[in-house]
Design a protein around this ligand. Structure first.
Ligand code: ATP
Length: 234
């Protein structure tokens, strides 16, 4: 499966935020969407997942336009989204939170998915009956990713997973995303931590003021002088 975004423009009310974003993510690759606060990264993800209606441009899965298709239906079609801030249910158990991510699967599918997620995140398996709100920040982020994976996405979008985490936990979470990619899922990662995301990403796009200003392999971006000055403080 391939996600293709072409010339996407969108905004809030009359305020335009995206001025023509184009990007692609294929299954089995990890793509970073980089840029400063307010550049439009979250708005891009929300438009792709159908939470915001684009003004113009297209979002397509395997060449089929998603125009007019609801966010819920897009999730069923294989587009997963882990929102900024995780949005877990703190008083529900780890397992109950995971099951919410697979509401549309039959029971047999759900238990198979649970086993897959617990194999990927052994720490969630150990804490399956614990309330989500009592987990550490890193574990909560893994739970949010696990919940999105429960729906068997083929493309997974993850918004700022390292937010509020210590450098060590941030690294652990991003390493997990590399594992998710290893399972054949395409990952679109939005991150403020540019150095860390370029370590795990295959490719990346740099967004400034709602436009893609630079794209390339992670290696090309890490050695780009503009990226180094603006984002890597080198
Ligand atoms: P951040 O890392 O801060 O989330 P971002 O690159 O993800 O940054 P967006 O969250 O997409 O950026 O925000 C882009 C612009 O859109 C900002 O100027 C922001 O103030 C504005 N914006 C975001 N959400 C809304 C909203 N619900 N209503 C109005 N304006 C918004």
């Amino acid at each position: 499966m391939k996600l293709a975004v072409t010339d996407l423009t969108a905004g809030y009310g009359k305020a335009q935020v995206l001025f023509g974003i184009s990007l692609e993510v294929a299954q089995g690759e990890l793509v970073a969407l980089l840029g400063a606060n307010g550049a439009g990264k979250t708005t891009t993800l929300r438009t792709i997942s159908g939470l915001i209606r684009p003004w113009a441009g297209s979002v397509a899965l395997d060449g089929h336009s998603l125009l007019g298709i609801s966010a819920a239906r897009r999730a069923q079609m294989g587009l997963g989204h882990v929102p900024e801030g995780r949005q877990l249910f703190p008083l529900m158990s780890v397992e109950e939170n995971l099951l919410l991510g697979a509401a549309f699967l039959a029971w047999a599918g759900k238990s198979e998915q649970l086993e897959r997620i617990y194999a990927l995140f052994p720490r969630l398996a150990e804490r399956r009956w614990q309330m989500a709100g009592t987990l550490s920040g890193g574990e909560q982020q893994m739970l949010a990713i696990g919940r999105a994976l429960m729906g068997r996405p083929r493309i997974l979008m993850v918004d700022e997973p390292s937010l509020g985490l210590s450098p060590k936990l941030a690294e652990e979470v991003l390493t997990t995303l590399a594992q998710v990619k290893g399972e054949g899922v395409g990952v679109l990662l939005v991150e403020q931590n540019v150095a860390l995301s370029l370590e795990v990403a295959d490719r990346g796009y740099v967004v400034e003021h709602g436009r893609v200003v630079l794209q390339g392999s992670a290696r090309e971006l890490s050695s780009n002088e503009g990226v180094q000055k603006a984002y890597l403080a080198l």
